[in-house]
Design a protein. Sequence first.
Length: 333
Amino acid sequence: MAVVSIVDNSTGRRRPLSTAHGSATKKLYPGLKFGHFLGPYLHGALDSFSDVAVSIVDNSDWHQEGDCTMDAPVTRSDDTLVLDKEHIPFKTDDGIGTRANLGLLVLRTDQTIEDEFRYTLPACDIALYEARLYSDVEITPENLMKMSAVIPGTVGLLPDVKFDVIGFACTSGALVIGEDKVAARVHEVLLGVQVTNPVTAARAALKALGVSRIAVLTPYLAKINHSLRASLMARGMDIPVMGSFNEADDNVVARITPASVKQAILEIGASSECEAVFVSCTSMRVARIIEEVEKELKKPVTSSNHALAWHMLRLGGIGEQIAGKGELFRRSL
C-alpha cells in the first residue's frame, strides 16, 4: 500500500497520509487520477508546514506511529479470550439515504455550511456526505479560480454510494470558474450525476419565489462585489440594491454575528427597489434567522447555503414543504 508522508524538516513533525483505498477509489471512479486523489491532501498538508519533504513509499506492513504498533500480522487469538465468535450473521439494507444521497464539496475554510445544512435538511432518510475542498483563506478571483483543479479529487473523497446530487459549495467560486465548468469537473469522476452550486440554486430559488428585483448582501471586497453583480445580472437577475461587510478573510466572515447579518438584511431589504434579499457566501450564518427576518421584513430572504440546501433537496426528489425554514422551503422547484 502506498503511504504519503509529509515531514516538517524544521520540527520533525510527520503527517502520514494513507492512500490505502486509492486503488478501490480508482475502480469506483475510473476517471480519477492519482494526482486528483492526493491533490487536496497535499495542498492542505503543505500549507501548514514551513520546510517540508514529501515521500511516497510502498509499505505492505502498514503501522501507525504511537504507543501500539503491529510489526507482524496476528492470524489467530491467544488463550485469554473468553469468547471469540466469528462470522456472526447479519443483514443489510439500503443505508441512510433511502430517499436521497447528497454530496457536498465544502471549502477548507468554511465553518458554517455544515451547521446550516443540518438545520435545514429533514432529519430522516436523507444522507448528506461532505468532502473538504482546498481553498485559500483570502477571497480573491485568482484564489477562487485555483479551486477548479481540485474539484475532481475532492469528489473522489466522497464515499461509494449512488449520489442523487452533488453540490459545489462556493458562490463566488462558481461564478469565477463557471457553473458549467464546475459540473464538468464533477462529471470527470461521477458521470451524469446532477450538480448544483449556490449560483445555480439562487437562480432557481428566486424563480420559485416569483421575484426578479433583489437586494444582494455580501461579505466581499468591492472588486468581488462588482464582478458578482455583473455576473448575476448577466444570468438574468435584476440587482438595484447591494450591501457588503467588505471583509476578505473567510475566517472572519464565519464569525460575523447573525444579529449583524439580520440588521444588514433589514437595512438593504427595506428599499422599495427590491422584492427579496439574497445573502451571498457560504460562510455567512443566515439559515437560522431567515424565518424571523422574513416576518419582520415582509419579503422573501434566502442565502447561498439556504438556497443550495433547498435546491439539492428538490433535485433529489424531496418535494414536500418544510415549515419554519423560510418561504423558499414551502415552494417546489
